[in-house]
Design a protein. Sequence first.
Length: 321
Amino acid sequence: MSVRVGAARLRALVLTLVSFFVIAGTATGCATGDGDRPRIVVTTNILGDITRQIAGDEADVSVLMKPNADPHSFGLSAVQAAELESADLVVYNGLGLEENVLRHVEAARTSGVATFAAGEAADPLTFHTGADGGPGEETARAPDPHFWTDPDRVRTAAGLIADRIVEHVDGVDEKAVRGNAERYDGQLADLTAWMEKSFAAVPEDRRALVTNHHVFGYLADRFGLRVIGAVIPSGTTLASPSSSDLRSLTQAMRKAHVRTVFADSSQPTRLAEVLRQEVGGDVDVVALYSESLTEKGEGAGTYLDMMRANTTAMAEGLSAD
């Protein structure tokens, strides 16, 4: 009797185990299916938003840089670095922006992953970095990575991102991707027209910009503003100003009658505050969302939100008495 009971229990145990493995196998199959979805990895959150607008539901888009981060200084975890090498496509800014990430992008490219440097394809400008030698020597020039402050260049980059997705990401619906790109291009064109109208209201003698570091050169070039200088004469927040840099900028601000400094919201405004002390206490410091998006609902959750918020703040700051 005990033998028959033991056999019955054994059969029940076997059935339970079989059922478990069938269910587990089904779950694993679903997970594998999700893992087979096309995947795009983007370094910065600004490019991440733009890429998501174009990819839509056709691919999973993973963004490495978190909201409110500094693109010049953010780094990757080991898991994020591995993501780059398993992606179908990597979209990054380039031109030296993601200083701690570019070696990982290069490693992914070496391993055979398709990569696209959006900034390098957007007709980059250069900026003066300040004198490297003695008096009379020419200032050095470096590529400006902040192309996204010109929405027309973003239109160019967005179209090229669509091309790369269609070319390198297997399994996407080309018609859907092209449709997303066309819709977003229309939104960018509307943004450009609105920015033109906003800056046109700024008096000619007020169209002078001073920022934390060189970040709005493309915007100034596109909308007819003058860049008087930057607290840090560099395209990166990792640099520091010298006393001669501050003295030169102070003199330029006085000559141009500039009393407003625009500072990046992704970093402290300490350097701009130092300049305020150099020029005088009546200098206004206006915060902008220049290099990073915020969390949703915090002012710059998307690229379009960021540009509209910045344009409003700049136009009002430049026009203020």
